[in-house]
Ligand binder design. Structure first.
Ligand code: SAH
Length: 414
């Protein structure tokens, strides 16, 4: 009987039985047709078949037209993350291999650059691999599996990565992120393949050396997304007094020192981060500038500087995500405004502020308005002389504007 049906019909039949079908409500198909990778529960009319969470499903409209294919997780607000928009594109090992190859090929210029050996290899939705992050630190890979759908393919994906990247010595997992809970997953940290990473990995970024703790550092160990922005800093730093607020392990300070900064103030709430920042300055034989590290809350430290009438030529403000979601937007906007106002007040005439927001909910336009409000409150004339974003290894697919999370401005104070 099966033979009689013909191949096409069998494939379609199998996909119903094996994969299940998510049928969208009428008038809710446009984002899918525009290749946005997320389907929220509100857009779904019904689920046919009996797919388990994590399974690959087909997406159809009420007229039974095939639209796309993705993986399902009913425990998440984002019930389906889409993977394919061509009906003959089956989600199998060859499919993942092609996607990984495409992401890796897009980083070829970085792979060929001897001055940089740490960068993002896979940037999730924007690399058409929703829920997967892979960062490269020299001969180590560090991965985050953010969704159940990706968790299912972990062994295959790790095997493929090891095969596709020459000279990999180990793959480490840093899936210790809150978003896993929204997927019904526990957090996990540990070795996935090969050798355990050393406590500190030495990387090179634009010719500058850094020690990275991939086991316990933030994210996968280092803020790789700031690489291109850091490279803009040295031009402003010759002879300058620089304040690196929210400095973490000194990413910006190493560049400031390389640019000839006379004095650097490192400020962060984390003592281990400050310790590593100092060691990173020494590692680059940049112990010449006068370096001061202050462990404390940036808001209080900056108010203290203002009270003492201390001034700087360059301030870097790279705070953590003040708005993890849209719900915190009001509070986050006030915090961004406050800290930017303090920074403007501490700058000498002609001084320069590098200011950032990594909150996805704060758009570039909103951020510029917040910084404008801060300049008004500080009673300073401010010109924007540079617009900054996450580096090219953290692309933003045009189909997925949510991927544009990091925005920054270079501001000159009159
Ligand atoms: N600029 C860094 C990355 C900054 S990440 C780089 O280029 O690598 C944000 C940092 O802010 C973290 O190190 C965190 O410890 C610190 N932090 C968060 N809130 C803080 C606060 N209120 N005061 C001081 N530091 C804070």
């Amino acid at each position: 009987m099966v033979r009689y049906w013909g191949d096409k019909f069998i494939t379609a039949y199998k996909s119903v039985i094996l994969n299940g079908v998510v049928v969208l409500k009428r008038n809710r198909t446009k984002p899918v047709n525009q290749r946005h990778p997320w389907i929220y529960s509100g857009a779904i009319d019904r689920v046919e078949g009996d797919p388990a969470d994590g399974d690959v499903v087909d997406v159809r409209d009420t007229g039974n037209n095939w639209l796309a294919r993705g993986y399902i997780n009913r425990q998440s607000q984002i019930v389906v993350r889409l993977l394919a928009w061509e009906q003959d594109e089956q989600v199998d090992v060859a499919f993942w291999q092609a996607r990984l190859e495409r992401a890796i090929a897009a980083r070829q210029a970085l792979a060929d650059d001897p001055a940089t050996d740490a960068y993002r290899l896979v940037h999730a939705e924007s690399d058409y691999l929703p829920g997967l992050i892979v960062d490269r630190y020299g001969d180590r890979l560090v991965a985050q599996f953010l969704t159940l759908g990706m968790e299912r393919w972990k062994d295959e994906l790790v095997g493929l990565l090891v095969g596709l990247i020459a000279d990999v010595r180990g793959v480490y997992e840093r899936s210790d992120v809150d978003v896993r809970e929204k997927e019904g997953l526990e957090q996990r940290v540990g070795l996935l393949w090969g050798e355990e990473p050393p406590e500190e990995i030495e990387i090179v970024e634009n010719g500058h050396r850094f020690l990275v703790d991939v086991r316990q550092g933030h994210k996968t160990g280092f803020y790789l997304d700031q690489r291109e922005n850091r490279a803009r800093l040295p031009a402003f730093c010759a002879g300058a007094e620089v304040l690196d607020a929210f400095c973490y392990t000194g990413g910006f300070s190493v560049y400031a020192a390389a640019g000839g900064a006379a004095k650097i103030a490192l400020v962060d709430g984390s003592a281990p981060a400050l310790e590593l920042a100092r060691r990173n300055l020494v590692l680059n034989e940049l112990s010449e500038p006068d370096v001061e590290s202050i462990e404390g809350n940036v808001f209080n430290v900056l108010r203290g500087y203002r009270a003492q009438s201390l001034c700087f030529d360059v301030v870097v403000l790279d705070p953590p995500k003040f708005a993890p979601s849209g719900r915190e937007l009001g509070k986050a906007s006030r915090a961004y405004k406050d800290v930017n106002m303090l920074a403007f007040q501490l700058l000498r005439p002609g001084g320069v502020l590098f200011t950032f927001s990594c909150s996805g909910a704060v758009t570039a336009d909103l951020f510029r308005k917040i910084v404008f409000g801060a300049a008004l409150d500080a009673e300073r004339d401010v010109q924007v002389i540079g617009h900054l974003a996450q580096g090219a290894d953290h692309p933003v697919a045009l189909t997925f504007p949510e991927g544009a999370y990091l925005k920054g401005l270079i501001c000159r104070v009159g």
